[in-house]
Design a protein around this ligand. Structure first.
Ligand code: ADP
Ligand code: MG
Ligand code: MG
Length: 870
């Protein structure tokens, strides 16, 4: 089998599109090489080799090492240098690269091939002792950290002692002798720690390094990253062995990272940072504060021009924003990486819009470029800037949005807070890949050092999390868990707000306001509407919610829950009177008082949704939910209703249920107390007729919940139609309306052909349907379901993303059986799943007519429905 693919000016073996085999980095290097962009040559060991390595008890598959040696020989020829040569040694980097980028999660080693002997050759051939020993000490540190397990900070200690002793603030100011001294001290450290000297055989170094990259696929932080990002553990990583170019040879050298457009705002400006006389990770690691890329134009105009040409070529070639890494060696530019740039939702929208306008991509691609899951970010509250706040400091606006929470100072604390549902802001000097879990748990991230491309910034943008980076004014004391700005101190647990769009750090909780659809975002959603075939409705109970939903593009209301209308203000008293009534007469008397309120509510709702369908669900929850429970309340209600506290308590006992979710609720209420549903139908139909008379287009759809047997529905359907006809006749208008049901019990789905005889539409209430199909209580599963997800018993929380093989089957069956007796049956879904992109994909497959979700999820659903149709 072929395990190794060479890339170089004269011969590139790998297919630059095949990220699965070569990994993202390897594919990018091959692709760039083959379109004539300057890339140091090298070779890629495939992800398949890594998979085999794990299958074989961590042994190389047959032929791998021979192929690697052969590729190394080709590389030596291409470079005119020999690996391990003591005159003019070839040095390589050994870099990981999975099919999907995992920034900083796995290991990379630079300057490999240096030994006590070859470093002298490097000094001679370059004529630059400082450079040679700088490279050597970097190599010793990285190799020791990655391969030998000696942690970074032990080396950093030696380095900072050296800087102190020499009274310099940056390592670029250390002399050649200092560098030599550092390398020697590093080696001593290794000998002390290991009991054996630092490995001096370049071939062995290479083998160790390849093993270490393979091993890094399964280090803890990589595993955590994959879990958060739902990536498979089986993909494996490729290994790229690449000849080194050097950004650390002097002031005409440097290294940097850049994006072809601003990944935070999407603005079409070249965006990035670089460091003069530096190597590799220096920019990302936040050791020195990098310069903005615009400075490069002044510092090295020639190199900047090369870089500009290359980045434009890359963007045209890939037709998407690229995230690039480059090094300049003595004025000559080399590209070391290109990949699709991670971006915020805001940037994704702007970039997709602009690229379509520029003719780079078509409309379909533009719609597909914006991730439905991601745009949720744009629908989150923003800081109300009309108020003045106590602004503590200003950092870099690294990832937009706003976050309010308690300050915490380490990743573990952030994770612990998230478990108990507390909002926190993670405050760090700089984040590192170990912090990934804490960053995920926090509402926002604030760092004191590091630039716009620092780890914190990149990861936060990827997560869609608000981040302020490089806020130098805050002085963090991680041990004492506090930070100070001037004379002010923020302790652990104090509330702060960060504004990722301006970089401001605010003392206390800022006021947040609801977002609006921006012009470009609205336009992208309009394009999405051109492609989607699923309807999108909203779950809304009030005219205010209905208006929000409409503004967000909802095509109707898929679920109006009427119980909220029972709780409000004065009417709760009438509702309680009804519940406490001894007989039907008493109930009817109370219902008479409730009806005007209900009618008024429906008028508001129908008005807001003029011209669009509104599905109203008749009362669903068990009656005991409406009676008071606290002693204080019981007393108040008793006083008001003329009953004694004892009588009231007795009533509560009478209504008590062992299992209310499966108890006296939904249509069972309608069957036992028909007068309740009757009142609701009168209120709905009278409201509708009044508006109809006033010239409005009202489309009521009356929905009966929790049906299990067609006979339950039949009874209530007949009652509904009788009332509706009466009201319509009395009003003397023509009004179309529908009567349908919710499918939330397995029995209803199983007998959907019968149920459909009495129902003009089905709305799958997948919250309850999940609960009843899985036998899993929504209110109690929190105690054990997380473990189930962790163990992979259910891949996702079935209340968040529909359980396709179980609940999904019932939905599909319900649709098919229902349409077998009523071909024109309208079908939809309401419940949390209606706003979940994965579930929306399922709904498309199942042939539903629409999804219904909460108002703020409507844009997500519109976009997801378009993706599902494309
Ligand atoms: P990561 O996946 O963490 O970004 P990389 O493998 O991209 O790790 O390596 C990090 C950095 O090391 C690169 O951005 C580049 O600056 C430097 N680097 C890697 N290979 C080489 C090389 N052959 N020559 C010079 N610098 C290199
Ligand atoms: Mg990289
Ligand atoms: Mg329900």
């Amino acid at each position: 089998a072929k395990w190794v693919y060479f890339f170089g000016k004269d011969r590139t073996e790998g297919d630059g599109k095949n990220k699965n085999l070569l990994g993202g980095k390897g594919a990018g290097l091959a692709e760039m090489t083959s379109i004539g962009i300057p890339v140091p040559p090298g070779f890629t060991i495939t992800t398949e080799a890594c998979i085999e390595f794990y299958k074989n008890d961590k042994k190389y598959p047959e032929g791998l090492w021979d192929q690697a040696k052969a590729a190394l020989a080709t590389l030596e020829e291409a470079m005119g240098k020999k690996f391990g040569d003591i005159e003019n040694p070839l040095l390589v980097s050994v870099r990981s690269g999975a099919r999907v980028s995992m920034p900083g999660m796995m290991d990379t080693i630079l300057n490999l091939g240096l030994t006590d002997e070859t470093v002298k050759g490097l000094e001679k051939s370059s004529g630059n002792a400082r450079f040679a020993y700088d490279s050597y000490r970097r190599f010793i540190q990285m190799f020791s950290d990655v391969v030998l397990g000696i942690p970074h900070h032990k080396f950093e200690h030696i380095l900072s002692d050296m800087k102190k002793a020499k009274n310099v603030d940056e390592d670029t100011k250390l002399s050649p002798e200092d560098m030599k001294d550092l390398a020697a001290k590093y080696k001593d450290l290794v000998s002390r720690e290991l009991g054996t000297p630092f490995p001096q055989d370049p071939m062995l170094q290479l083998e160790y390094a390849v093993n270490a990259v393979f091993d890094s696929w399964n280090n803890q932080r990589a595993k955590t990253y994959r879990k958060i990002n739902k990536m498979s553990d089986d993909w494996g990583t490729a290994v790229n062995v690449q000849s080194m170019v050097f950004g650390n040879m002097g002031d005409d050298c440097g290294t940097g990272v850049a994006f072809t457009r601003d990944p935070s705002t999407g603005e079409k400006v070249f965006f990035g940072e670089y460091l003069v006389n530096a190597q590799g990770e220096d920019v990302v690691a936040g050791i020195r504060t990098p310069e903005p890329i615009a400075r490069l134009e002044k510092d090295m105009p020639e190199s900047f021009k090369q870089l500009e040409e290359v980045y434009q070529k890359l963007e045209k070639h890939y037709k998407d924003v690229q995230d690039i890494e480059f090094t300049i060696e003595k004025g000559v530019l080399y590209m070391l990486q290109t990949r699709t740039g991670k971006r915020t939702a805001k940037a994704a929208v702007k970039i997709a819009y602009d690229m379509f306008a520029e003719g780079l991509i078509d409309k379909k691609t533009a719609v597909l470029r914006v991730e439905p899951n991601q745009i949720d970010q744009l629908l989150h509250p923003m800081i109300d800037t009309s108020i003045t706040y106590d602004i503590l400091a200003k950092g870099l606006p690294a990832s937009p949005g706003a976050a309010v929470g308690k300050a915490v100072f380490c990743a573990e604390d952030a994770e612990a807070a998230a478990v108990v549902g507390e909002a926190v802001i993670l405050v760090r000097a700089e984040t590192s890949p170990e912090d990934i879990g804490g960053m995920h748990a926090a509402k926002g991230i604030l760092t004191a050092t590091g630039g716009m491309t620092s780890h914190a910034a990149v990861v936060a943008r990827g997560m869609g999390k608000c981040c302020v980076a490089g806020c130098g004014a805050i002085k963090i004391d991680e041990k004492a868990k506090k930070f100070s700005v001037g004379s002010k101190t923020i302790n652990e647990g104090d509330i702060i707000t960060i504004n990722g769009s301006t970089g401001e750090v605010i003392n206390g909780a800022a006021k947040l306001i609801e977002p609006e659809l921006s012009g470009e975002f609205a336009e992208i959603l309009n394009w999405a509407d051109e492609f989607r075939t699923l309807g999108v409705r909203a779950n809304a109970d009030t005219p205010a919610d209905a208006r929000i939903a409409r503004d967000f593009g909802s095509e109707g209301i898929g679920l109006c829950r009427t119980e909220h209308m029972f709780f409000d203000g004065d009417r709760i008293d009438a509702v309680r009177e009804m519940i406490l009534a001894e007989n039907e007469d008493g109930r009817r008397r109370a219902l008479k008082k409730i009806k005007p309120y209900q009618k008024e509510d429906f008028i508001g709702l129908f008005e807001a949704m003029d011209g669009l369908p509104v599905t109203v669900r008749l009362l669903d929850p068990p009656l005991h939910e409406f009676i008071p429970h606290t002693d204080e309340e019981v007393k108040r209600v008793a006083d008001g209703s003329g009953l004694s506290v004892e009588q009231l308590k007795a009533k509560a006992v009478e209504l008590h249920e062992f299992n209310p979710m499966l108890g006296h609720r939904g249509c069972r209420l309608g069957v036992t107390y028909p007068e309740v549903y009757e009142m609701q139908v009168y209120a709905i139909m009278e409201a509708a007729c009044e508006l109809k008379k006033a010239g409005k287009d009202v489309q009521p759809e009356i929905m009966i919940p929790l049906v299990g047997h067609v006979k339950e529905l039949k009874e209530l359907e007949e009652m509904t139609r009788a009332v509706a006809s009466e009201v319509i006749a009395a009003a003397g208008v023509e009004l179309e309306y529908l009567v349908g049901t919710m499918i939330e019990l397995p029995r209803a789905a199983l007998t959907a052909d019968e149920v459909a005889e009495c129902a003009e539409f089905f709305s799958f209430g997948t919250n309850d349907l999940t609960q009843t199909t899985l036998g899993l209580s929504r209110d109690d599963s929190g105690k054990f379901l997380p473990l189930y997800i962790e163990k992979g018993i259910y891949k996702e929380d079935p209340f968040v993303s529909i359980d396709e093989s179980g609940v999904g089957q019932l939905v599909e069956m319900g649709v098919q059986k229902g349409r077998s007796t009523r071909p024109g049956l309208k079908t939809g879904i309401c419940g949390e799943h209606g706003g979940d992109p994965a579930s929306i994909f399922f709904c498309q497959k199942a042939g539903l007519n629409y999804v219904s979700c909460s108002p703020f999820r409507v844009p997500v659903a519109r976009l997801a429905a378009a993706h599902a149709a494309l």
